[in-house]
Design a protein around this ligand. Structure first.
Ligand SMILES: Nc1ncnc2c1ncn2[C@@H]1O[C@H](COP(=O)(O)OP(=O)(O)OP(=O)(O)O)[C@@H](O)[C@H]1O
Ligand SMILES: [Mg+2]
Length: 271
């Protein structure tokens, strides 16, 4: 865990915005950012070194924030200084989501998915049909003008009196059913069978009416990503990719119910 490695280096920049650091708690979940910490019980601070291969995700996360702050946490300040790109979010209350069958969190999560807006015009976002083109013969089926988060790790969902979705590092423009489809795989990895998982996702109208051919193609693409991940033994992906998660798209594809979608398992390695 490198969370704390850059802390002393970045602290002076952070204090310009937070004032003197009296309390710092490093995040337990997630492993992408160089720094992820709650400062003075007030800010969630996420920092990547400029040379970090994923540093550009900080800028994406900053740029999408005005459009998703109602389902996420507002960015209150940002810095690009002394070799660091740092975002200062409002610190949210809550705990990580529980995706197991019967969890009372599930309807709250369906609600938050339903509140994700269309993709803002004019913003440079990844496009679903390009992002997964290497894994599908029919990537055009994933195209659309909706905004998707795509990383449905339970560590990215905070539950308080509702659900909030953090870690908008991979905002993607595509079909409106993509987020519920990504959630399905996590639900399967968390103990649902495919039919149960799909029933949860069907609370979201865009998923309930999604063309079967499209979601089946998406599931196949996600299974292909997992297959490549297994073959290349790529590093553990962001979002806490576990062997349980890696098996979920296969289960979806083998399920007797309608073949369905999948997750961003190793999105860092996807185009
Ligand atoms: N605004 C917030 N308020 C409180 N806690 C937060 C906030 N944003 C994120 N967190 C917590 O910090 C953790 C890490 O944040 P985040 O997922 O954005 O970082 P990351 O390094 O990109 O993670 P990953 O490697 O899993 O993608 C989250 O799992 C969540 O528990
Ligand atoms: Mg995360």
């Amino acid at each position: 865990m490198t969370r704390q490695a850059g802390w002393e280096e970045a602290k002076a920049v952070i204090e310009e915005f937070t004032g003197p650091v009296r309390d710092v708690r490093f995040a337990s979940a997630g492993f992408n950012a160089d720094i992820a910490a709650i400062v003075n019980h007030r800010y969630f601070v996420k920092g990547l070194r400029r040379e970090h291969p994923q540093a550009w995700t900080q800028l994406r996360e900053k740029d999408i924030n005005p459009y998703v702050r109602h389902v996420s946490a507002p960015v209150e300040w940002h810095a690009d200084k002394n070799g660091w790109i740092i975002l200062g979010f409002t610190c949210l209350p809550g705990r990580h989501a529980d995706y197991r069958p019967g969890s009372p969190d599930l309807p709250l999560i369906a609600q938050v998915i339903g509140r994700i807006p269309p993709a803002p015009a004019g913003l440079d976002l990844k496009r679903a049909e390009l992002r997964w083109s290497a894994y599908s013969p029919q990537p055009d089926l994933f195209a659309g003008d909706h905004l998707s988060h795509t990383d449905w790790s339970p560590g990215n969902v905070l539950i308080d009196d509702g659900a909030r979705l953090v870690d908008w590092a991979w905002p993607t423009r595509g079909a409106a059913w993509i987020d519920p489809a990504c959630w399905v795989v996590w639900l399967i990895a968390s103990g649902h069978n495919p039919a149960q998982a799909q029933a949860q996702a069907a609370r979201i109208p865009a998923f309930a009416r999604a063309p079967e051919q499209a979601v089946t193609a998406f599931a196949a693409a996600q299974a292909a990503i997992v297959g490549r991940h297994r073959r290349t033994r790529a590093p553990r992906p962001p979002g806490g990719g576990s062997s349980r998660l890696a098996q979920a798209p296969d289960k979806v594809l083998k399920g007797t119910a309608r073949n369905v979608p999948a997750s961003p398992v190793n999105q860092a390695h996807a185009p």
